[in-house]
Write a protein that binds this ligand. Structure first.
Ligand SMILES: Cc1cc2nc3c(=O)[nH]c(=O)nc-3n(C[C@H](O)[C@H](O)[C@H](O)COP(=O)(O)OP(=O)(O)OC[C@H]3O[C@@H](n4cnc5c(N)ncnc54)[C@H](O)[C@@H]3O)c2cc1C
Length: 377
């Protein structure tokens, strides 16, 4: 059973990270925060102790991201580098890959991006066509990716492809570590409306030559090793969304306590107070589901975690979008000024509704897997 209240260790971690977040604040320098969080052991808190990590799980890592987000300084690459890539390497990498990558991911000296989305596949990852061809002991990787975050700052990108023999049919994914400056690996920054320190890229892989040990895990292992990384990604996206929602809500509450245009602060009007209370309840509920998902995942229940991680990501994305919307509204005109900085969160909040798996694809999953309803596609 997942604990119904947070342990003392988790509370202590939460308040220590909150203090770090407060020191950096909304105008944070991503690199400085990344370095300090790593030094304090927060970035590798989920990675095995024998490889320099904290020996905890996604429960702890999600606390770190949520608290940084609630302080206005989320580190998006935490969703990718320690959560997806670190987990996949820790669970399926060779001993040499673990020794090479995990200590560096934990101490923040190296970062990994993650690329699965393709322009012609989108939500349907069974349609991805990035293909790996054997050439002697090397691999040659060819394909295209889109919306991949942080490729400019990451040392390498973990690219999801498929082998030539498994080019069609159900996806049998293979994961390859591709160095940022590999020959034939090019990137173009996508002009996003999003105001975030991490940028998104379209990637082209044109016969990128990789050594045999660039492959993480087994080429025949199928979906299991990919989902080992995708469940943490969903849980961490939930943490990202809850953090952002809490940040926006806190700004709105402060404002609603002070701003007076009649006889009482606007927060005394139930039309302002109740939606803020509702937003708080929605965020708390989303966190409960996130904690359940993290608990199941850390206990090794991949299947149970899959359903809970989807539901947590859904609930957190929706709660975040509503909290941000209500926060902006609470500030009236100031909700749209740069000075208060909330309007840009309207775009940012939508990310957690779309990525890494959209609201509709989660509803599809629950309709089919949980409720047993037939598929329309
Ligand atoms: C800021 C940002 C960062 C990202 N970072 C990364 C990253 O680091 N790595 C990475 O690999 N990807 C990344 N992504 C990509 C993200 O995971 C995809 O955008 C997402 O999976 C949706 O794919 P798509 O954009 O192609 O939308 P589409 O698949 O084209 O979907 C468009 C719309 O159609 C709906 N739809 C599609 N199929 C169905 C269906 N069967 N039933 C009902 N509705 C359906 C969707 O819900 C959505 O609303 C990022 C995206 C963003 C916006």
């Amino acid at each position: 059973m997942p604990p119904t209240t947070e342990s003392e260790e988790h509370k202590a971690l939460r308040s220590a990270v909150a203090a770090l977040g407060k020191r950096h604040g909304r105008n944070y320098d991503r690199e400085a925060l990344w370095t300090e969080a790593a030094k304090l052991g927060y970035l590798g808190v989920n990675l095995p102790e024998q490889y320099g990590g904290g020996g905890g799980g996604i429960a702890e890592l999600s606390i770190v991201l949520e608290e940084l987000g609630a302080a206005g300084c989320p580190l998006l690459m935490m969703v990718v580098s320690p959560a997806i890539c670190g987990t996949v390497i820790a669970r399926f990498g060779t001993e040499a890959q673990k020794q090479h990558w995990l200590p560096a991911l934990a101490d923040g000296t190296r970062t990994m991006a993650f690329g699965i989305t393709e322009p012609d596949a989108g939500s349907n990852s069974h349609r991805i066509t990035t293909t790996a061809r054997k050439d002697g002991t090397d691999w040659l990787l060819t394909g295209r990716k889109v919306f991949i975050s942080g490729v400019d700052t990451a040392d390498v990108t973990l690219i999801v492809g498929r082998t030539e023999d498994a080019r069609t049919g159900r996806l049998k994914p293979c994961l390859f570590i591709v160095p940022r400056d590999a020959e034939g690996f090019t990137r173009r920054q996508i002009d996003m409306e999003l105001q975030a320190v991490e940028k998104q890229f379209e990637l082209t892989l044109d016969d990128v030559r990789l050594p045999a040990d660039a492959l993480v895990g087994d080429e025949d292992a199928g979906l299991l090793q990919l989902f080992a990384g995708l469940n943490p990604e969903r849980i961490m996206t939930a943490a990202f969304a809850i953090g952002m929602g809490r940040y926006a809500l806190a700004q709105a509450i402060t404002y609603a306590r002070d701003r007076t245009v009649w006889n009482t602060p606007i927060g005394a009007h139930q039309a302002i107070a109740h939606p803020l209370a509702q937003a708080h309840i929605d965020l708390e509920l989303a966190r409960l589901m996130m904690q359940k998902a993290a608990y199941l995942y850390d206990e090794g229940d991949d299947e149970g975690a899959g359903e809970a991680a989807n539901m947590a990501k859904y609930a957190a994305g929706e709660a975040c979008v509503r909290a941000v919307d209500q926060a902006v509204h609470t500030l009236g005109g100031n909700g749209l000024t740069r000075e208060f900085g909330l309007a840009s969160l309207i775009t940012a909040a939508r990310v957690s509704r779309i990525a890494p798996v959209s609201r509709e694809m989660i509803l599809n999953y629950v309709s089919h897997q949980t409720l047993g309803l037939p598929k329309s596609y």
